[in-house]
Every structure is written in structure tokens, then in C-alpha cells.
Design a protein around this ligand. Structure first.
Ligand code: FUB
Length: 372
């Protein structure tokens, strides 16, 4: 779709009747989508999807959900088709703006709000506005933005607004000391906020293994299978929510024996897409295993960890990437994720949501993204 047309569509602030997670009727689904016109949509290998896209006429991925003022706001990447072939560095993910989704309740109509921020209005950024997150403090909403800077290095910036749906105004420079991708901001019950971030391969985390950016630091991971895996990072945020109050630390993930998960353990090691939530006094660090396509979780006793690997949140979805968020809404928990149901293409993803259930011991009931 030409960029000016998508902007016009966005400005219309479409309210998509019936676009909720359980039903998704009455929207403008993709032409030729299997199952339109009555029958239930099926994956290319014939499976029925657990949930339907929140939005059907635009592509949204990496859904970071929050509850602000009793409503659900989702801060996703806005996927577009730039005609770039798939590669391991993610060049096909050529997003250039953000739009916020909102809904009053799970299963209710989903509003696609106007463009909240465009890369041309982020002074330090050049391209690839990837998975964002948001936070609220003292009357201001903060949008955290990973993007490539003018030198092609991923950094994380921040933009502010008085409205949860924007428009957001970007700070002139990225957060000092930030790097890589996938920011996720967790605010503890005492009001202290922390940013979790990082991603290997196209997210460039492996290039920071020495603490400084090394452009020759590899395109995937460190290829040291018998060494502890590269870690996500965490940094306490300053009271202004726009800077780090400390140098980023490693988010250590331990296996069931208490040893660091190794780089060669692709079923369990951190790849990208950090999230952090707290339940019953425990801190759940959740993430994607990337090339093995699981959403996994590890449990700790404080925001810094270490976190003990505990299990899978979700089995692989349709599509290469898997990225999520988790919220408590009125005492029930929900997982937001994405897949490629509508496009069949890795870089054109659709955000979805489904209920997340816990066992009495605090473990998570693993979700199959298909009904079959
Ligand atoms: O959307 C671009 C990238 O794909 C995200 O930053 C990753 O988490 C993966 O979902």
C-alpha cells in the first residue's frame, strides 16, 4: 500500500466493529483469506487458529499491552511490505511508524488510532521502528522506541505524550547507554521502573558482547555453544523515565539445576522479546527463543533476577518471529502475541490475544496457538 494511503487510513482512526480477540467479525480481512465467508480460517497445514487477529486491514506485530485508566492499550510494531526479501538480520522488517490499538475490554471492538509517531519525526533514527513499549507516570505517557540510528546501529529512544494514543514527541537523542532492540518497561508496585531489552541476530546484541559496539561482532550470536548464552539486559530507569539510572546488567537465566543456560541450548536461551510481570510476589521474565520459536518464561525473586527457566508459554505460531506481552485485566491474565495468519509472510504479522492461565503452583499452562 502506498505510504500516503496508509497514513490517510490511519488518520481515519478506524473503529473495527467486532475486531476483538475472540470474534474478529465485520472487519476488512485480506482478499482470498481462507475461511472468509463462513468457514473457519485454517493454517496452510489445515489447523484452526486459537484466536483471530485484532485488526484485519493493517498489519500489527510485537504487541506490548498495558492497562491505563481501566482500558487496554496495545503498542505494536506497524508492519509494512517494503519488498525486501527475508534474511537473518531482519531487513524485511522495514516499519516506519507507530499506531496504538485500544479496546475497552477483551473481545470488545478494537480502535486503530491515528499515527502516533513517524520515523521522520525521531531526530536520531534512520529506519526500522521495531517493537516498542509504553509506560505511564505522573500524567505523562512514555513510548520507548528501538530503531536504527543514522549509522545503522540499533538504539532505544523515548517519546512522550499526554495521551496514551499519542501523538508522541520524540526526545532528540536515544537513551544514553541504550543499544539493541525490544524495550519492555516494568514498573514495580513501589513505582520504580526498569527497562529490559536486547535481541540477538538482527537485534545486534552479539555486537555488544564486549560492552562496546563491534560492527564485526557477528551477524547472529557468539557461536559459543558451551558458554553461557548472551543475556537480555535490564537497567533501572531514572525518575524522569527518559534515562538509565545505572549501567545495564545481564538478565541471567538459569536452568533447572541452577546453571546458566548455554548458548547452544536454543530451546531455552534468550533470543529477543523480553517482558516482565509480577504475580503473587514472583517476577516472571518472559522471552522468545527465536530460531526455535517458543515463548518461554523464567521466574525470579526480584526485578534483576537471576531467573530460573520454568517452561513454555506458547508453542510456535505460524510465522518465524514470536513476540508477546502479558497483562492482568480485572483479575484475569491475557497473552498478546502475533502470527502470520492473514499474510502468510514473516514480515506481515497480525496481533492477537488469548487468555493465559496459571496452575496453583504459579506455573503457566502452555498455550497451543492452534485448536487442533
Ligand atoms: O518486529 C521486528 C522484530 O521482530 C522485533 O523486534 C522482534 O522481537 C521480532 O518480533
Amino acid at each position: 500500500m502506498p505510504r500516503h494511503l496508509s497514513t490517510l487510513l490511519a488518520a481515519a482512526a478506524l473503529t473495527l466493529a467486532g475486531g476483538g480477540y475472540a470474534i474478529a467479525q465485520g472487519t476488512t480481512g485480506q482478499a482470498g483469506q481462507a475461511g472468509q465467508g463462513g468457514s473457519e480460517p485454517r493454517s496452510p497445514d489445515g489447523k484452526r487458529y486459537l484466536a483471530q487477529p485484532l485488526v484485519r486491514n493493517l498489519y500489527f506485530a510485537d504487541p506490548s499491552a498495558h492497562v491505563f485508566n481501566g482500558k487496554i492499550y496495545v503498542y505494536p510494531s506497524h508492519d509494512v511490505d517494503a519488498g525486501i526479501p527475508d534474511d537473518d538480520l531482519g531487513n524485511q522488517y522495514a516499519m516506519h511508524d507507530y499506531q496504538v490499538l485500544s479496546m475497552d475490554r477483551p473481545g470488545g471492538p478494537v480502535t486503530v488510532n491515528p499515527v502516533a509517531l513517524d520515523v521522520k519525526d525521531i531526530p536520531w533514527a534512520s529506519k526500522q521502528t521495531w517493537a516498542p513499549d509504553a509506560a505511564y507516570k505522573n500524567g505523562t505517557y512514555y513510548l520507548y522506541i528501538p530503531a536504527r540510528d543514522k549509522q545503522g546501529v540499533f538504539r532505544i529512544g523515548v517519546a512522550t505524550s499526554k495521551s496514551p494514543t499519542g501523538p508522541f514527541k520524540a526526545e532528540p537523542t536515544p537513551i544514553a547507554g541504550s543499544y539493541s532492540i525490544d524495550p519492555a518497561v516494568f514498573t514495580d508496585f513501589n513505582g520504580q521502573s526498569y527497562m529490559y531489552f536486547g535481541g540477538i541476530w538482527g537485534g545486534q546484541l552479539q555486537r555488544w558482547a564486549t560492552g562496546r559496539y563491534d560492527p564485526n561482532g557477528g551477524d547472529t550470536d557468539l557461536k559459543r555453544d558451551d558458554q553461557p548464552a548472551l543475556s537480555a539486559k535490564v537497567a533501572r530507569l531514572s525518575p524522569d523515565m527518559k534515562s538509565f539510572a545505572e549501567a545495564p546488567r545481564d538478565v541471567q537465566i538459569l536452568d533447572q539445576q541452577g546453571k546458566p543456560v548455554l548458548g547452544g541450548d536454543h530451546d531455552h536461551r534468550f533470543f529477543e522479546a523480553s517482558w516482565l510481570f509480577k504475580r503473587n510476589g514472583k517476577y516472571y521474565f518472559t522471552y522468545s527463543t527465536g530460531d526455535t520459536h517458543y515463548l518461554a518464561y523464567a521466574i525470579g525473586d526480584n526485578p534483576y533476577g537471576p531467573f530460573r527457566y520454568t517452561g513454555r508459554i506458547m508453542e510456535p505460531v505460524q510465522g518465524w518471529t514470536t513476540h508477546h506481552s502479558i497483562i492482568d485485566f480485572k483479575g484475569r491474565w491475557y497473552l498478546f502475541y502475533h502470527d502470520t495468519q492473514l499474510s502468510g509472510k514473516n514480515h506481515l504479522r497480525s496481533a492477537k490475544m488469548t487468555e493465559l492461565r496459571f496452575n496453583p503452583d504459579g506455573t503457566i499452562q502452555t498455550i497451543n496457538p492452534f485448536k487442533d
